[in-house]
Design a protein around this ligand. Structure first.
Ligand code: ATP
Length: 208
């Protein structure tokens, strides 16, 4: 089994998230993608985030009808700040033996990875798929990881990824660029502007 773990605040989920997830599912022949809304995103504590149940409900509406997409409330059940290392450990313990985990994140998030709890250990525990995002150039691993760590990851041209000491890899993938962000959507809603075609219609109706 190959599972994609897609963490985020999803305040709200938008077509940028959904289209990227769809493309990664195909590119890596994943069996499923699990959207994991954060309870408290440790790096976004400076702003007010919509209550978990609203973000979860919007995700449910957004993925309805896609049998490859599901939602986990693991981070909400765990309580406290939502650290990805704990989430990945949860899925290692709660997936069939031999399941390959692919942690999905945008390039903006990857560039901050050194601020994540136990990030070096996280890079050892699972594969990473780093999605290009408008405004962020594809970078070499060494531009994000300190050189001593980056040197442990060797480029494997067959897989087009950087394979690390535990056999897990970091993949950079250029996907269809959709310059959509939840921040922009929230700003439009506040300004009474349309968000049609930025989020799925049921999510738009829910926000209304
Ligand atoms: P906000 O604007 O509130 O910070 P966001 O739009 O970045 O939110 P998140 O829920 O924080 O959305 O994103 C979850 C993950 O999806 C992050 O790793 C982020 O980099 C990635 N992501 C979000 N939007 C896009 C997009 N349009 N294209 C590619 N990746 C994206």
């Amino acid at each position: 089994m190959k599972w994609g773990l897609f963490g985020g605040t999803f305040d709200p989920v938008h077509l940028g998230h959904l289209r990227c997830a769809e493309e990664i599912l195909e590119l890596f022949h994943l069996d499923r993608i699990i959207f994991i809304p954060a309870r408290v995103q440790p790096l976004k504590t400076d702003r007010v985030i919509s209550p978990f149940h609203h973000r979860e409900q919007m995700l449910k509406l957004a993925i309805e009808g896609n049998p490859s997409f599901s939602i986990s409330d693991a981070e909400n059940r765990r309580g406290g700040k939502s650290y990805s290392i704990e989430t990945v450990r949860h899925f290692i313990d709660n997936s069939p033996d031999g399941t390959e985990l692919y942690f999905i994140l945008g390039q903006d998030a990857f560039h901050e990875i050194q601020m994540w709890k136990e990030w070096k250990e996280l890079a050892r525990l699972c594969n990473f798929v780093v999605m290009t995002r408008p405004g962020y150039e594809i970078k070499k691993l060494a531009d994000t990881f300190p050189p001593d760590l980056a040197s442990l990851f060797q480029y494997d041209s067959t897989a087009d990824g950087f394979r690390g000491p535990t056999g897990n890899s970091i993949f950079f993938r250029k996907l269809t660029l959709l310059d959509i962000s939840s921040t922009d959507i929230r700003n439009r809603v506040k300004a009474n502007l349309s968000i049609r075609y930025l989020v799925p219609d049921p999510v738009r109706d829910y926000i209304k």
